[in-house]
Design a protein around this ligand. Structure first.
Ligand code: BTN
Length: 240
């Protein structure tokens, strides 16, 4: 495997995007520390030295841009499967977050370069809080780490297991064009299916019930008025 390791870097995602055109499919960038770790929606991602897994994978799938968002679910499924195999009771908060005991331990940031008909590359960024004990006050109610929740798992084992699971699910999706393996895992380890959640879009908050994921990986919800709707990833944000 092609793995590029740093002691420190601004952001593994930014570095990956920088080198993506010239690198092979499957190249992994991993750093002990990120000085400008990026979260979703322009937020920062705390990435202190040796406290977690901060990595990005460069992917060059032969798919149309429309099919790329599903790769986030493929990643989530492989992370949740890997963690459960290591004894961690982790679940997926569709579509981007992995949680343990109702708090976030892992976020996924997928960035894309594409033309109309084809993807040039995908940078799949994964951040997992492993050893972090102290979180800033603005996130300490919602964020946690594996150690904080009582799981002493080695970072190397986590990375190895994720890559093993990811390879299977990713090839099933981009080569076999099948979403089944990923969706089965997303359903089994879902933190939200069968539960009531708030969906937030344009600052409006609505309480809905999560019914299922459909065959596309979209979330099926039921409103308080009994209306059944389908939401695509990226459309809304979700609170438990
Ligand atoms: C989120 O907001 O939930 C997504 C967090 C993604 C963090 C990871 S850490 C490795 C990669 N490099 C970054 O700058 N961000 C992602």
């Amino acid at each position: 495997k092609n793995i590029i390791h740093f002691d420190t870097i601004d952001s593994t995602n930014d570095y990956a995007k920088h080198i993506a055109v010239d690198e092979k499919d499957g190249t992994i960038i991993i750093s002990e520390e990120q000085t400008k770790g990026k979260g979703r929606l322009g937020r920062q991602w705390h990435s202190k030295e040796s406290e977690g897994i901060w990595m990005s994978i460069i992917l060059k799938p032969e798919i149309t841009p429309y099919k790329a968002p599903f790769i986030t679910l493929v990643a989530g499924a492989s992370i949740v499967k890997a963690l459960n195999k290591l004894g961690v009771n982790a679940s997926i908060k569709w579509p981007n977050d992995i949680i343990v005991n109702d708090k976030k331990i892992c976020g996924i940031l997928t960035e894309l370069s594409a033309e109309i008909e084809r993807v040039n590359y995908v940078v799949l960024g994964i951040g997992i809080n492993v050893k972090t004990m102290e979180f800033d006050s603005e996130i300490c109610d919602v964020a946690t780490s594996l150690y904080k929740e009582g799981y002493e798992v080695s970072r190397v084992d986590i990375v190895k297991n994720i890559l093993t699971e990811f390879e299977v699910l990713y090839l099933d999706y981009v080569v076999n064009k099948s979403k089944k393996k990923t969706l089965d895992i997303c359903r089994v380890y879902s933190a939200i299916i069968g539960k009531k959640i708030y969906i937030i879009s344009d600052g409006e908050r609505e309480l809905v019930k999560c019914l299922d994921l459909n065959e596309e990986g979209n979330l099926i919800i039921e409103t308080e008025q009994g209306l059944v709707k389908e939401i695509m990833s990226g459309e809304v944000s979700i609170r438990g």
